[in-house]
Design a protein around this ligand. Structure first.
Ligand code: PGA
Length: 262
């Protein structure tokens, strides 16, 4: 059984002060609504680096609410280990403080910071080689979707972004995030999301074999919220969600966990 993942992508949001208020409300919500029930999912917070020390300090406490793993992750990193790369963060630095996961290749990195498939491929390579888990984002824009080229596009991203051999299904997580659904309030229908996640799994199967592909977790992301999460999570190939806007609201985060409780 692939354990579901609820992953918050906080992007360039949340100061430390805001984060402390977030968790005051979030913990109260969980204590009131869940009593001693642990939610059966992994829970990840992908934050900006200024929040890492605080988030790591409350990780054990958060662990009391979920049966799966609580993870604090980065939203980006660079593939070299050290050197003259002003402004960058290395895998070694992250691992040294207890962070073992990072989003790689989010569409905002691709579009605004001009990261190309070659750069993203190198980042994924570096993660895998260093026992660090990349949460690789793929997904088409509206124009490609309207022209019907979305599968070809995503296949090409997978080809170029995953160049190393994956040996363990937990070495990587993939998120299908159609650009037209990110931050727009337009969630892909659960059927469209499922169709692409199933397709991604079939691509993984042809690259790495059936056994491995069946255990890799594939998330959907793009305007996921309390209204849509349950239907998305009921689909056989959707193993969780990468959540932006709604994850900034502690009550919505709590409600989403509640929605998937059974
Ligand atoms: P959204 O963002 O939930 O605000 O659409 C998702 C993401 O970009 O990961």
């Amino acid at each position: 059984m692939r354990k579901k993942i609820i992953a918050a992508n906080w992007k360039m949001n949340m100061t430390l002060t805001e984060t402390k208020s977030f968790f005051d409300v979030f913990k109260t919500y969980l204590e009131t609504n869940f009593k001693n029930i642990k939610i059966d999912c992994d829970l990840s917070f992908f934050s900006n680096p200024t929040l890492f020390p605080f988030l790591l300090s409350i990780k054990n406490e958060l662990q009391t609410y979920v049966a799966g793993e609580v993870k604090i992750g980065s939203q980006n990193l660079f593939y070299e280990n050290k050197g003259a790369y002003t402004g960058e963060l290395s895998i070694e630095m992250l691992k040294d403080i207890g962070i073992f996961d990072s989003i790689i290749g989010h569409s905002e990195r691709r579009e605004i910071f001009l990261e190309d498939d070659e750069m993203i491929g190198k980042k994924v390579d570096a993660c895998i080689k260093n026992n660090f888990v990349p949460l690789l984002c793929v997904g088409e824009n509206l124009e490609i979707r309207q022209s019907g080229g979305e599968k070809e596009y995503v296949k090409n991203q997978i080809e170029k972004n995953i160049r190393v051999d994956i040996k363990d299904p937990n070495d990587i997580v993939i998120a299908y995030e159609p650009i037209w659904a990110i931050g727009t309030g337009k969630t892909a229908s659960e059927n469209d999301a499922e169709e692409m996640c199933e397709y991604i799994r079939s691509e993984l199967e042809s690259k790495f074999g059936k056994e491995l592909s069946e255990d890799v977790r594939i998330l959907y992301g793009g305007s996921v919220g309390p209204e849509t999460i349950k239907n998305l999570f009921s689909m056989p190939n959707i193993d969780g969600a990468l959540i932006g806007t709604a994850s900034l609201d502690p009550e919505k985060m709590g409600t989403m966990m509640n929605e998937i409780r059974n």
